[in-house]
Write a protein that binds this ligand. Structure first.
Ligand code: BES
Ligand code: MN
Ligand code: MN
Length: 464
């Protein structure tokens, strides 16, 4: 039956729909953002469960057959809007957990208070990934109400920001209810507001915590300094042996062995991607960079592996100079990986290099995520192109992206279905940064793009 409000999938009817739904979209986004679902922080574990229950209640209320699945860690939500067993099934993946946030990091408003200023929404998780998740859901609501010939399933994870440690084992247990023909992920960033983009690949990630303990407590640097080892400084030296901080070049032997250089076609796509150094610097608030040539920057952020230091802790951090020798220090580091590099091989390489440089250093190896090479040709990528053009009136470019999403490779392998991407975030939205934000234009465009994509893939039928 046609909806009493609107018929069909025209731009006009979808724009009317999105406008009429704006209040309920914002209200729901507010509810989700105000639950501080920081998966990495034990103090927020109940919040992570609450965000999943809250989302499950929403799905049930919208008529989905909903399950909250135990994982051994944070729960996983699977909700099904089934239309017809003969219609294709699309699974939409998003995540409900967020990065940590503290007011003191430079937030202009409480990170877990949803604040709205005209078309812009502020708060941790607005763009990564609660705003896009709800835009996809609102697109699905429209497609369902207008009888798009498609079954739409939602797989909302709550451990993405900690590397999806239980995702693969959990979906393995539920393959029957998760049967799907294709998957669409909305958790990636455009080149710029003017240039929609879809990932042609994602980098992988291998993280490490390296710690060194050379004493039990702080000691006076006048009485012990000179003879005492300094763990903070030793970790600095160790890190300097791993890579050249000025150029970024990794010095660990064998690190680059499996890297495949971008193809001529990929390099040509980079040239056409609309990326500019000026916009990159502005959007990310950089004062200077290692390199300035735009192609060189794109190769570095999308196509090359890295060694990164996220933080070093230890020693005195307060006002003035406190003359102590600290007893211990920790460095949190990671390597971004590109397709064909192996997480375990890199983990062993880094660990043995660190041990060789400093036998007293302890290395904890985090759960690794493999890199992903995406599909850019065929009926689904074409449907993504068409849906983005329909919604945003501009064709997306397909270029690799630098971030990592652990669930992607797991879903392809376990559910045996291809993954496509329909991202909605912008560089200026500040992924993982203070003052993370999302905006109505991206949310509204997202609703249109998803509704249109569901209709198109539905009309393609099964067997694709
Ligand atoms: N949405 C990002 C992944 C992403 C970032 C895609 C940039 C495209 C461009 C995701 O939420 C994320 O931040 N992943 C983490 C995973 C890690 C914490 C295990 C990442 O990439 O650091
Ligand atoms: Mn994300
Ligand atoms: Mn993230």
């Amino acid at each position: 039956m046609a909806s009493p409000i609107h018929k069909g999938f025209t731009r006009k009817s979808l724009l009317d729909y999105s406008e009429s739904q704006r209040g309920s979209y914002e209200k729901t986004l507010r509810e989700l953002v105000e639950i501080p679902s920081v998966s990495a922080d034990p103090k927020h574990h109940t919040d992570v469960s609450s965000v999943v229950s809250q989302a499950a209640a929403l799905m049930t209320q919208l008529g989905a057959e909903t399950r909250v699945l135990e994982t051994g860690g944070h729960p996983l939500l699977h909700a099904r809007f089934d239309h017809d067993p003969d219609a294709p099934t699309i699974t939409v993946y998003n995540h409900l957990d967020v990065q940590p946030a503290e007011l003191a990091e430079g937030w202009r408003s409480d990170p877990f208070k949803f604040t709205k200023d005209r078309d812009r929404y502020w708060g941790r998780g607005t763009t990564d990934d609660k705003g896009p998740a709800l835009a996809a859901l609102w697109g699905a609501k429209y497609a369902i109400a207008h009888d798009a010939p498609v079954n739409i399933h939602f797989l909302w994870e709550a451990e993405e920001e900690i590397g999806s440690p239980h995702f693969e084992s959990t979906i393995k247990k539920h393959t029957e209810r998760m049967k799907t023909d294709s998957i669409v992920v909305s958790d990636t960033v455009w080149v710029s507001r003017e240039q929609p983009a879809c990932p042609a690949g994602l980098r992988g990630l291998q993280g490490f915590r390296i710690s060194l303990e050379t004493g039990a407590t702080d000691q006076h640097s006048g009485t012990a300094g000179g003879a005492a080892r300094n763990p903070v400084a030793e970790l600095c030296q160790l890190i300097a042996a791993c890579f050249d901080a000025r150029t970024g070049e990794v010095k660990i032997p064998g690190f680059y062995d499996d890297v495949v250089e971008p193809t001529e076609a990929e390099l040509a796509d980079l040239q056409k991607s609309g990326f500019t150094t000026e916009a990159f610097m502005r959007d990310h608030e950089f004062k200077s960079l290692r390199v300035e040539d735009p192609v060189e920057i794109m190769k570095r952020i999308w196509c090359a592996p890295t060694f990164e230091v996220h933080g070093i802790s230890g020693g005195y951090q307060g006002p003035g100079v406190k003359t102590i020798v600290p007893p211990r220090a920790t460095a949190i580091v990671s390597c971004r990986l590109v397709p064909n590099m192996d997480t375990d091989k890199i983990a062993r390489l880094v660990e043995s290099f660190v041990k060789e440089q400093n036998p007293d250093a302890e290395v904890e190896i985090e759960h690794g995520l493999p890199a992903y090479r995406g599909r850019i040709d065929g009926p689904h990528p074409d449907a993504i192109r068409a849906a983005m053009r329909f919604a945003f009136e501009k064709d997306p470019v397909f270029v690799r992206e630098g971030g990592s999403i652990g669930a992607v490779v797991s879903m392809e392998n376990v559910l045996d279905a291809p993954v496509f991407f329909l991202g909605l975030s912008l560089p200026e939205h500040g992924y993982h940064a203070p003052n993370e934000n999302f905006d109505w234009r991206q949310a509204e465009g997202g609703m249109l793009a998803f509704a249109d994509y569901f209709r198109r893939v539905g009309e393609m039928g099964r067997g694709r």
